[in-house]
Design a protein around this ligand. Structure first.
Ligand code: ASP
Length: 227
């Protein structure tokens, strides 16, 4: 989502697209729609020559093992919640990825890419491609979420943060605290988000045990944190 223009694009349920954010951008720039799902989304990517891959490209033993574990336990779980998840290893960590950015003019943008939850029901769509829930950008904030999507959808997390800032005058940090800790946490909405405001203030709150996160500012200062 492009905050300055409020243009947005998203795809869900794609099976062949190598880089789903590119397909989401395509929906935004090459169609008059916001969200395409299932074969129609793959088809759009193919028509425009985006890289496509066969199912084997997306297979990892780690994720397969996690799925078996979740099926055996009868659970739907976050990608980092499985007992088989090893200690953090950069070669293994291929989970949900979100990005928020502010440019030199103070324009904001957000994007979120996820494989969704492990052992989710076939055809389930989470919060990531739902504009206003898992992904949001306007003139005052850009937000990208990770966590148990059903809770983020019901809380309309991204847009709620924008509303708390616009209508209640809260800072980005205060708005994020209210949503992540006061609204999501008490009902079991495990997860977190990354957010930036028009002044470049970064906020990266989470109510889970940890959240892989990193940032870089215009001075080149980098921060990488997990817990
Ligand atoms: N929010 C994603 C979903 O519910 C999962 C995640 O962030 O790990 O599909």
């Amino acid at each position: 989502m492009d905050g300055a223009t409020r243009r947005a694009g998203a795809v869900a349920g794609v099976r062949t697209v190598q880089n789903p954010i590119q397909a989401a951008r395509l929906v935004m720039e090459a169609t008059e729609h916001v969200l395409l799902a299932y074969p129609g989304a793959d088809e759009l990517a193919r028509e425009h020559g985006l890289p496509l891959q066969p199912p084997a490209y997306f297979f990892t033993q780690q994720r397969f093992d996690q799925l078996q574990e979740a099926i055996a336990a009868g659970r739907v779980q976050l990608d980092h919640a499985a007992a088989t998840a090893p200690v953090p290893d950069p070669n293994w960590k291929k989970g949900t990825v979100g990005a928020v950015a502010r440019d030199v003019r103070g324009h904001l943008a957000a994007a979120t890419s996820t494989g969704g939850m492990t052992n989710k029901r076939y055809s389930r769509i989470g919060d990531a491609p739902l504009i206003g829930a898992g992904t949001w950008a306007d003139e005052q904030c850009a937000v990208s979420c990770t966590g148990h999507g059903e809770f983020f959808i019901r809380a309309v997390v991204g847009h709620d943060i924008a509303c708390l800032m616009a209508y209640k005058g809260l800072s980005l940090a205060e708005a994020c605290r209210v949503v992540v800790h006061d609204k999501l946490a008490p009902v079991g909405g495990e997860g977190g988000l990354i957010a930036v405001d028009a002044a470049g203030q970064l906020v990266l709150p989470f109510n889970s045990e940890g959240m892989y996160r990193a940032s870089r500012n215009a001075a080149g200062e980098e921060v990488v944190e997990i817990y």
